[in-house]
Design a binder for this molecule. Structure first.
Ligand code: HEM
Length: 420
């Protein structure tokens, strides 16, 4: 017989105090009910998978579908499991909501356009964007790193990569802000933002297709259109859905990696000093392992996106019926002592760090090379340029953002010493 739940443990799942530090509750679940059935704040019943081995197997299990059509409650769950209303629904037929064979075809197409080479060639631009943002606040001696840094950097970066003209990028910044602000809250703001993005992307894809005839363009949207023109089929809707998922899968996640990462470093001065010293000595190795460790320790994606059993499945000894939703808790799996030594300790030089922060299996994060580039550039440059960077408030006064899937900060007030 498993122990009775501690009264303050799973019963507080998804409350505000839980959001501040969910790790003790996840430790309890891993130990006592590693596959736990719960009612989410939205009222939807779902299974939470918290052990590393179960999580990894679940992420790669073809009997679990990404298509919300398989949810047994789909008729009344509209809007609760990420199925939008009528408007914008076409944008939702993206990689994270589809299964093979469509997923295989679309993923192959986008991989041809979104190559590691393209990302590597983008490094100078990410550095330039990073420096420009820091230039804007450096002399002031204080800043909110979420709004002034972590938020704008990824949106400008991904817009550039996709080929959204510079003069339109502030519109995207506004729409992205609407989506983040309303995420998990009233659907109205999200639906409005999605509608505008859909209209904009349809028009942009049309213009790119026209201008392709006149010559080579090297942006990602043109690359997608070219890939589709070479034999593989990509409809205009699929192209728009792809641009949409690239924008939004790559946006809030990266904001949160920079935000959670800097916050974790500033709460651990010994690790932060270690990294600063390594950077000053020209050693970039610790930055690379360090960003992976920050992802494991307090990653941006707390829970992987929805999966639905297409047939009865047994996970960790629990029988899950067809149609039931399964949520893989990446944050819990990445602190599993069965997989990681001293999992609650931040160790920037940790090796053997196969965390699940980017997922696993066929939906493994497509943007991982870009996310690594942005996070390493952002965190490295902050530590190099802002001497004695530190929190401007007590650590416990830094507020978290709500929401089921993402884990991030509302603000990150910091200060630093005089610039040399
Ligand atoms: C998928 C995490 C940045 C594009 C995923 C998944 C995770 C993840 C966990 C799998 C979700 C699941 O299986 O349910 C992250 C983190 C990031 C990040 C932690 C930043 C720190 C990016 C960026 C892009 C991107 C910058 C693109 C520009 C995607 C796409 C998928 C995906 C397209 C869906 C892949 C598929 O279904 O085949 N990401 N991501 N991500 N990510 Fe990322």
């Amino acid at each position: 017989m498993p122990d009775q739940p501690r009264p303050d443990c799973p019963s507080t799942l998804f409350s505000w105090e839980f959001a501040d530090d969910p790790y003790p509750a996840y430790a309890w679940l891993r130990e006592h009910e590693p596959v736990h059935r719960t009612t989410l704040p939205s009222g939807v019943e779902a299974w939470l998978v918290t052990r590393y081995a179960d999580a990894r197997a679940t992420l790669a299990d073809p009997r679990l579908s990404k298509n919300p059509i398989h949810h047994s409650e789909v008729a009344h769950a509209k809007g609760k499991v990420g199925i939008p209303g009528e408007r914008g629904a076409d944008l939702m037929t993206h990689l994270l909501n589809i299964d093979p064979p469509d997923h295989t075809r679309l993923r192959r197409l986008v991989s041809k356009a979104f190559t590691p080479r393209r990302v590597a060639a983008f490094a100078p631009r990410v550095q330039e964007l990073t420096d420009r943002l820091i230039d804007d606040f450096q002399a002031r001696g204080e800043a909110d790193l979420i709004h002034e840094f972590a938020f704008p950097l990824p949106i400008y970066a991904i817009c550039d990569l996709l080929g959204v003209p510079r003069e339109d990028q502030d519109d995207f910044r506004d729409w992205a802000g609407m989506m983040i602000r309303h995420g998990g809250g009233p659907r109205g703001g999200v639906a409005r933002a999605v509608k505008r993005i859909r209209a904009y992307l349809a028009d942009l894809i049309h213009r790119k297709r026209e201008s392709l005839r006149e010559g080579e363009a090297d942006d990602l949207i043109s690359g997608l259109i070219r890939a589709s023109d070479h034999g593989e089929h990509l409809t205009e809707n699929e192209a728009a859905a792809m641009a949409f998922i690239l924008l939004f899968a790559g946006f809030e996640t990266t904001v949160n990696l920079i935000g959670n990462g800097v916050y974790a470093l500033l709460r651990d001065p010994a690790q932060c000093d270690r990294l600063r010293r390594a950077l000053n000595e020209g050693d970039e190795g610790l930055l690379a392992t360090g960003v992976e460790e920050l992802l494991r320790y307090d990653g941006p994606v707390e829970i992987a996106t929805w999966r639905f059993a297409t047939e009865p499945v047994v996970i960790g000894g629990e029988r899950i019926a067809a149609g039931e939703p399964v949520l893989v808790v990446l944050a819990a799996a990445d602190r599993d002592p069965e997989r990681f030594d001293a999992p609650d300790v931040l160790d920037l030089s940790r090796t053997d760090n196969q965390h699940l922060g980017y997922g696993h299996g066929i939906h493994y994060c497509l943007g991982a090379p870009l996310a690594r580039l942005e996070a390493q550039t952002a965190i490295g440059t902050l530590l190099r340029r802002l001497p004695d960077l530190r929190l401007a408030v007590e650590p416990e006064d830094v507020r978290r953002r709500g929401g089921l899937i993402m884990r991030g900060l509302r603000e990150l007030p910091v200060t630093w010493g005089p610039v040399a």
